[in-house]
Write a protein that binds this ligand. Sequence first.
Ligand code: ATP
Length: 240
Amino acid sequence: MGETPLLQLNHLSVQYGGIQALHDVSLHVASGEIVTLIGANGAGKTSCLRAISGLIAPAQGSMQWMGQDLRNRDAAQRVRLGLAHSPEGRMVLAQQSVEDNLKLGSFVHRADKVGCQQSLDEVFQLFPRLRERRAQSAGTLSGGEQQMLAMGRALMARPKLLLLDEPSLGLAPLVVAEIFDRMRGMNAQGMALLLVEQNAQLALRLAQRAYVLESGRIVLEGKAQELLHDSRVKAAYLGA
Ligand code: ATP
């Protein structure tokens, strides 16, 4: 591979007390790429995203962002560098309005008022439903709308890479289709995505490349199209 990847993980391990959640994980995401990380419950997918965004510190290994060591960068600095995280469970502030939740996402760029307003307009363009509900408190949104809000809030940071944790969780198929359609749209504008998904079928159809995590280790990796037809992936993750 000639080009420096946007994000590179080298031999990363994550531990919670005595529990080792990730062992020796190496992966990369190239600029503009969609990569998915699939695996069963408890495989370590969320831990991997949390380590990348700086919410937890790895026990071992290193990470590079555009060739630069991320070790001494805290979570806010990583957002500023272009890494944004849309977490599992959405984590919207229920009492606050949709618009205030979105504005929190542009906190690191708060000095740039014009840029923040422009980002807000772009998010509203991508998710017109959020514009209609901009004054509504986030806790009263539907599950799908809350997912759009979580994604919109991450987009407010104007990321080069968006980390998405389980965007389809608990949503009706039509809403999931809409969310996946938006991901395609963001990617078409040049944003790279690292997608963690329980729905391996959908994730592998969307992504260019994929990694399979089992008990904290990467056991398979390759082109998403190829993994979609891999007998081991079919048996373990794609159902009958
Ligand atoms: P799921 O799909 O169920 O969300 P996951 O693949 O995202 O699972 P993680 O949430 O990363 O998996 O968890 C990996 C392992 O680390 C699990 O065994 C989990 O119980 C453990 N773990 C996660 N967070 C903590 C924590 N804060 N303290 C202790 N153990 C943890």
